[in-house]
Every structure is written in C-alpha cells, then in structure tokens.
Design a protein around this ligand. Structure first.
Ligand code: AMP
Ligand code: MN
Ligand code: MN
Ligand code: MN
Length: 293
C-alpha cells in the first residue's frame, strides 16, 4: 500500500490541480495522500469527492516555511482542521510574508536590470502562493536563463540576489500553529538542508523539544544509508516516521506521485496517529507473512 504525505498542487508551485493529483494518485495506486502546498491549505471539495469515490484517503496538509537558527526549514503539517482559526491565522501570516518577499525579490532583480518580474511571477502563480519557482519560470520565459535550474543557480538560490530574507516564523511558532490547527508537525526532507550529522541531530532534538511529532524519514528516492540514519534519529528521539515524494509535476521520470524509497522496519508510521485500525491490519499482515515464512 502506497502512502504519499508530501506533494504540491497549483495552489502553490505544483503543476497539477488538487483534482488532477487525486486522479494521478488513483492511477499510481496511492492509498493515502496529503497535498501539502507551501504555506497554504484550504478545503478541496472536488478533490475530496473524487478521493472518496476512488478510495484514496486524503489527509489535510500544508508545508510551512520556518526558520531554525536563522536557516530556512520546512515543516509538513498533517491532518489539520481546515476550519480552525489557527490555520487561517497561519495561512494569512505566510501569505503576507510571501507577498512582501515577492516584491523584495522583484526589487533585487530590477537592480540587475530584470524588469517586470513581480507581474510575471504573479501571473505564473495563477492565484496560488507565489514563490521563487514562479520567478524562475519568468526568468526562463523572458530569456534571462535557459532553464529553472539555471535561474536558481544564478539568481534565486542560496546567497543569490533573489534569496531574500523573509519573515518566516521560528520553527517553534510553526509547530505551535500546526498543533493549534489540530495537526501533527513533521520535519520535512531532513537530507535537503545539507547539514552535518551533528547539526541535523541538534535540529531534530530542538524540533522534538518544541513539540514536533514526526520526521520525514523518506523523501522521494534516497539511499539506504540515509534511510537508516533517519530511522536511527526517529528511534532515538521517539519521532513518528513520515514519507512523501515532494512531487511538483510530471516533468521528471524519477519523480512521481507515490514514488518513494521503502520505509524501514522498526519505526512507527505517523499515520498510526489517525489510522490505528489500519496499522493493526499492517502489523497483523506482517505477522502473518512472518508466520508463513
Ligand atoms: P520558496 O518556497 O518560494 O522559497 O521556493 C522554494 C521552492 O523552489 C522549493 O519548494 C522547490 O520547489 C523550488 N526549488 C528550490 N531550489 C530549486 C532548484 N535549485 N531548482 C529548481 N527548483 C528549486
Ligand atoms: Mn516547491
Ligand atoms: Mn520543502
Ligand atoms: Mn515540498
């Protein structure tokens, strides 16, 4: 049974609508899906209806941009209550931070003689949360760079002009918002921060002490060594394990919805928190397999 608890729709920087994501989840036999747009979450009635019809369990999610020791980190919030005031407050805060940052990015780019990037990025965001990928697409479209990768390398990536400091909340604030919205906070893609093991350990410890619940032990396809290391962190810190593809669109063959390295044994999946009967089934079928062997 495939579980994917991290992907993006057109509500942020993804290519597919929530409805199209659910249709793809069905085709890819993903049984449980969380759509986790950057700093945005709302009811998705059409997608929820299709999910019910197709037997996909849709989990309400978000990917929240935060800071830890001044460094950008992402928290995945899962099983949120869309109606909660805390969720509205968090989305309103983050939307404003993104809008302000977009203007700053455009100002920085204008100093480099790149004109019209705010309007361009806003058009490309199509009403969804505006982010650096939309600026990257604009830079490609306007002929400043040959592709999105080059746009990040030259203008938007770490330390470049468009990497503007943003008023993201501290990790603790992010965790508190997610919990106040009825959800569970998961530290997203731990390998992506390119931290030393010591520093990643510190980050995970802080995250746990601040009330974090889970670690995204598997993010897309990754090596067994990374999986084993993250599994150790989960066990040591008593964190639940999550997994997700971080799928943004069907552009690359090695990334697809539901396509993740396998979860290791000996960790507790985060979905056991809302799916105890499901986990009992998994455990009993695993026991059965062992008994059969
Ligand atoms: P933002 O949340 O606006 O800061 O944008 C971050 C997003 O940009 C990530 O979630 C990725 O989707 C995308 N991104 C970050 N770095 C790169 C890169 N080097 N190449 C392509 N996309 C990237
Ligand atoms: Mn993204
Ligand atoms: Mn992320
Ligand atoms: Mn993501």
């Amino acid at each position: 049974m495939l579980v994917d608890l991290h992907c993006h729709s057109t509500l942020s920087d993804g290519v597919l609508t929530p409805l199209e994501l659910v249709a793809l989840a069905t085709r890819n036999q993903v049984a449980m899906l969380a759509i986790t747009d950057h700093d945005f979450a709302c009811e998705k009635p059409e997608a929820e209806l299709l999910a019910r019809q197709c037997g996909v369990q849709l989990i309400a999610g978000i990917e929240l941009s935060c800071l830890w020791m001044g460094m950008g980190v992402h928290l995945v919030g899962l099983n949120l209550d869309y109606q909660s005031g805390a969720l509205r407050q968090m989305v309103a805060h983050q939307s404003q931070a993104r809008a302000e940052r977009a203007h700053s990015i455009a100002d920085k780019l204008a100093k480099l003689k790149i004109e019209g990037s705010y309007a361009g990025a806003q058009r490309l965001a199509q009403g969804g949360q505006i982010g650096r990928p939309h600026f990257a697409q604009y830079l490609v479209e306007a002929g400043y760079v040959k592709d999105v990768k080059a746009a990040f390398k030259r203008y938007l990536g770490a330390g470049k002009a468009g990497d503007v400091k943003c008023h993201w909340p501290d990790m603790e604030q992010g965790i508190n918002w997610i919990k106040a919205a009825g959800g569970h906070a998961v530290l997203a893609h731990p390998a992506k921060y390119k931290l030393s093991r010591r520093k990643l350990g510190l980050m995970c410890r802080d995250f746990k002490e601040m009330g974090g619940t889970g670690l995204e032990l598997v993010s897309g396809l990754q090596t067994k060594e990374i999986t084993q290391y993250h599994a150790r962190l989960c066990s040591e810190l008593e964190l639940y394990a999550s997994c997700g593809s971080d799928f943004h669109g069907p552009a690359t063959a090695w990334q697809d919805l539901g396509k993740c390295s396998p979860m290791p044994s000996g960790v507790t999946p985060i979905w056991s928190l809302w799916q105890s009967s499901f986990v009992k089934d998994m455990v009993s079928s695993a026991d059965q397999r062992q008994a059969d062997e």
